[in-house]
Design a protein. Sequence first.
Lengths: 254, 313
Amino acid sequence: MTVSATRTARSVSGEIAREVLDGELRRKVLSVRDMVVLWVVYLAVVALIGFVLWFWATPGSMWESALSVVKVFGLVLGIYLTAVYLPLYVCHGYTRWRFLARAAGFCLVFSVVVGALLAAGYLVELVAFRALGWRVELSEQHLFTASTQVHLLLAEYVPLVATYIVVGAMLGAAFYRTVVLGLALIPVALVLLVGPQAVLGVGQFGPLPLPGIDLAPSGTLTALLLTTAAASVLIAAVVTAAIARDIPIRTKSG
Amino acid sequence: MSTRIEVDDLGLVYGSTRALDGLSFTIDGPGIYGLLGRNGSGKTSLLSVLAGFRKATEGRVRLDGEPVFENERNTQRICLIRETGDTVDHDWPEDKVRHALDFAARTRPYWDESYAARLVDLFRLPLRTSVTALSRGQRAGLAVILGLASRAPVTLFDEAYLGLDAPSRYAFYDELLADFMSHPRTVVVSTHLIEEVSRLFEQVLIIDHGRLLLHEDVEAMRARGASITGPAEEVDRLVTGLPVLSEQRLGRTKSVTVFGELGEQHREAARQRDLELGPVSLQDLFVHLTTGGAEQPGPLPGLGQQPRHGGDA
């Protein structure tokens, strides 16, 4: 590694750490307090829907069914990061590299906080269901088999949320640069999003038929999910940086 | 605040369009500089490269000896203001005027909050209104405030104030001049409203087809031509054979602007015929240079590409 590459890596990691600590982007884009408020509101909406559905049948895990909305939210926020906030910050004197490093810090905090809130949602649901004398029944395969396995809840949701927001950032940068590039990257984005979920067998995805690997909840499955999610995040981050490192800031007319 | 902007053989190509083509000039600030050019001449492209919004395809831009693009020491010292102020268009729910000002206060190292507050009153901007709900004039007012209160050592206005009504535009010119006097810095104003703003300019750069046509002190430019006013027949007789930029007639009185310095013989003849001589208007000169006057884009023969003083000439 050359001296300049080492210096760049140091300044990027320093900027990520500063974002985690001072939260400039969190102040502008979405603060931790806002994330918690949104979680409370969303929890209330899901509970209301569960209450309505209860007239027909005892629902399974409402929270599990409701989480695709959170993933889409992460994707859209990622798109916003690079398509709206990158130009805004560059116009106000930031370099692209500094913004991207800050955005990486933001994505890190967002993934951990939202992952933790999703895990907390399962616990709230568990308490509510127990009070009503119901059992929480999961309809899809997960790393966890019960809502009390907090470490596995975090191991599943933190990487998944990170994948969605970073892939969103990749798409946002691509579409901001040119529509053609954005369209060309949609299949790549789908592969990066589906990969970790296919490992788990979420929704229509997977589980992947991997010879010799038992995809029942286990340490192997956890390691596989973490590896595929880390690969997706890394690929999306590298592509985002490659697109955004010299991205022209548009005039209003284009 | 003294700054030196060096532009060397700058080129910018978008697809098949060459927006800038071998531009070279030096600006030694502080000062207020006019950037003039017809639509599509490359003014916005030049300012975008100067501010690091775009990477040059060829050549280089340096501020105080260092590159601008992706160099935060310099990008933090430059403020380019375009018509909307590049603020919080899609930043729901933080899209109010006060959010835009708060954001600038956090990101602009030279931001002057009390000055911004005074300008908000001057331009009658509603702080609690969403930026997207502002009228065109109000958005232009916000843009102007973001530029002036940034107090950036290099402030570039790309027709940012065009949406303002006439009283607000004049308030902007007065404010720009007053603030420049108290906080000298380098200000580049790109404009089509040449006559309105020209009193502010120390030097003018004219570009056409992405090339520098002229970079000169305003006073030297004005001396490049003359206006002659008086009885129509006398004026016509005097200007015979001279390149005429424009003519105006009111009754028997006629005013003609000619290109080129008047020789002593013509001046003496004007005095004898009681004709009034004045400097050429910047706008007439600009029209002449960018239409028929300059057949070939590029530095004009006989006109200095660099100013006689204040620059590196």
